[in-house]
Design a protein around this ligand. Structure first.
Ligand code: FES
Length: 226
């Protein structure tokens, strides 16, 4: 399947952002996934040409990072954080329950093609452990029951709402957002996060101007990053 001209145009726009073409390697790989669903040989060839690296160099990067996929996913990639904090606060239990519920394992897709389960590492969202993701959108403070509901909704084609952002969209749309293609959703969802801002409040209460400024800066970055 040929990579669409619209995707190729987005690739050229991304290339123009960087003084060195090779710096665009990772976003271009996300655009390959947006178009093809995973990192295809054709995508590797195209990206190698655009960033002026060898196919071996592009493959070395795409095979290293787990966000770059080796095969087609289900419509919703459901990630369960199994890193230490999430794991002890319920992530391991959620993972085991979803494996039973779906009859699949890591990086495997349900028979109906709806859900691919994935064990994911720390999402830098430990304040809301145990954390899950659906097509890269956060699902905070999860329980076994809420996790099963997410999977059931995905399999039934019902909408899934992120706990702090917009409704979960397609994997392809999420991949384009990662690259920085404007999705028009910046104001969607509730981005306030009392737990992440707890450090700021404590510093303000204690009259600690320096820590307060630092916490405010970090809180702003976190909210922006969401
Ligand atoms: S350990 Fe799960 S988000 Fe950090």
């Amino acid at each position: 399947m040929a990579i669409a001209e619209t995707t190729r145009a987005q690739m050229r726009e991304v290339l123009d952002r960087y003084p060195r073409k090779r710096s665009a390697l990772m976003p271009l790989l996300h655009l390959v996934q947006a178009d093809e669903g995973f990192i295809t040989p054709e995508g590797v060839t195209l990206v190698a040409e655009l960033v002026e690296l060898t196919e071996a160099e592009v493959t070395a990067v795409s095979s290293f990072y787990t966000m770059y996929l080796k095969r087609q996913s289900g419509r919703v990639r459901v990630g369960v954080c199994i890193n230490s904090l999430c794991a002890v606060l319920g992530g391991d239990e959620i993972w085991d329950a979803l494996v039973d519920h779906c009859g699949t394992g890591n990086n495997q897709t349900t028979d109906d093609g709806a859900v691919t389960l994935e064990r994911i590492e720390c999402q830098a969202a430990c304040t809301h452990a145990p954390v899950m993701t659906a097509n890269w959108e956060f699902l905070d403070d999860m329980t076994v029951e809420k996790a099963k509901q997410v999977v059931d909704d995905a399999r039934a084609g019902r909408p899934i709402q992120s706990t702090r952002g917009p409704a979960v969209r397609s994997f392809a749309d999420a991949e384009r957002t990662i690259v920085g293609v404007d999705d028009g959703l910046v104001a969607d969802g509730d981005h306030r996060d009392d737990r992440i801002l707890a450090g700021l409040r404590l510093a303000q209460q204690n009259g600690d101007a320096e820590r307060s400024a630092e916490a405010e800066r970090r809180g702003a970055q976190t909210v922006k990053g969401n």
